[in-house]
Design a protein around this ligand. Structure first.
Ligand SMILES: O=C(O)CCC(=O)C(=O)O
Length: 354
């Protein structure tokens, strides 16, 4: 990975400044071969520290979260900057905050990390060049809290064609003890298995004649989780991914993954997760394409602006497709030729709205 050097501390450089981070061919191949790729130290520590301080504000209720009523006084902890709280407080926090969705629509810092230029640089190479930023999740995962059983993210966030990719940023050190991520290598080639009991998801069923309908994806009990038999086809190929603050794990929408419980008594396992797709993929999830931010490139589909004005493709100069080189037109004999500008105007859609 070619990562432009950044200062160890200091102000956050404006998005898009500095040299882009470039993946190597070997890293690209690793992503395809494994279904995931770990990019170490992608987000500088001083930025992760800002995110961690923000989670402390959430934990100690120094900021209110939309839709989350304040916890009882007893659960509010000491109010200091440590994430170490008494067990009652931890129980309350776990119940309320184990995973918080979509805060980029209400808090600037979440939008900033969703559109982090270094994360977008990598996504551009993996699923781009056009990248749609769709979802954020903040995991606090306090001591003693559960993990999440085998699941496939594309089932929950369908995109057509399916181009979903997650970017999981470690805020704390994540290891075996506090429930780091685990990926089943090889399973990225599996189809998406529909879940009979999850009515919120609406992944379109394909034409596979023997596609099993499973039950209880995400259940932490492997005996109940219907994806366990699929995972067992790749026995011995589950990779435990330990991560340090600033490491980012990129993972494909079909790869089976899970995390176990946080078995520590005093360590949170906080992480920030963004989900992205190629901006040419159609989605009805989360309000449809028009509700999600165009992070990089361009698209013929509708998209949203970032609410807090974080710099990205949606509010930057719009690249034209023709700037990317000549369009190729299929010829009758199966060959291809470059289209002339006149032919291009006939081939390209006139409107950016559907
Ligand atoms: O962070 C975790 O424990 C689970 C995250 C996850 O599975 C996901 O983002 O899809």
């Amino acid at each position: 990975m070619s990562v432009a050097p950044l200062p160890a501390e200091g102000p956050v450089p404006p998005s898009g400044t500095g040299a882009p981070c470039r993946l190597s061919v070997a890293e690209y191949v690793t992503f395809r071969e494994q279904g995931f790729l770990v990019v170490r130290g992608l987000v500088p520590r001083y930025e992760v520290d800002q995110l961690r301080a923000h989670t402390e504000d959430i934990i100690h209720q120094r900021i209110a979260l939309p839709g989350v009523p304040p916890a009882p006084i007893a659960a509010r902890g000491a109010g200091g900057h440590s994430a170490v709280l008494d067990p009652t407080a931890l129980g309350e926090i776990e119940r309320r905050y184990v995973r918080i969705h979509m805060l980029h629509r209400t808090l600037e810092i979440h939008e900033r990390f969703l559109l982090h230029p270094r994360i977008l640089d990598v996504l551009e190479a993996l699923i781009g060049p056009d990248v749609l930023a769709m979802q954020t999740m903040l995991f606090l995962k306090p001591p003693g809290s559960d993990g999440q059983g085998y699941h496939q993210d594309s089932y929950y966030i369908p995109t057509l064609p399916d181009s979903l990719c997650g970017a999981w940023l470690a805020i704390d050190r994540a290891d075996l003890a506090n429930g780091c991520m685990r990926f089943t290598v090889g399973s990225q080639h599996e189809p998406i298995y529909p879940d009979a009991h999850n009515r919120r998801a609406h992944y379109p069923l394909g034409e596979l004649q023997d596609l099993a309908i499973i039950e209880n994806a995400s259940d932490t009990d492997p005996a109940r989780n219907g994806l366990t038999p699929v995972a067992h086809r790749y026995a011995g190929r589950e990779v435990v991914v330990e991560a340090d603050p600033g490491d980012v794990v990129f993972f494909a929408g079909h790869v089976l993954h899970r995390s176990l419980a946080n078995d520590t008594r005093d360590r949170f396992r906080r992480s920030f997760v963004g989900h992205y797709a190629n901006a040419r993929s159609y989605t009805e999830w989360g309000g449809g394409n028009r509700a999600h931010i165009l992070a990089r490139g361009t698209t013929h589909l509708p998209y949203a602006q970032p609410k807090f004005g974080t710099s990205c493709a949606a509010n930057g100069p719009r690249p034209s497709d023709s700037a990317r080189g000549p369009a190729l037109t299929m010829m009758a004999d199966g060959g291809v030729m470059a289209a002339t500008p006149t032919e291009r105007s006939r081939l390209e859609p006139e409107s950016h709205e559907r």
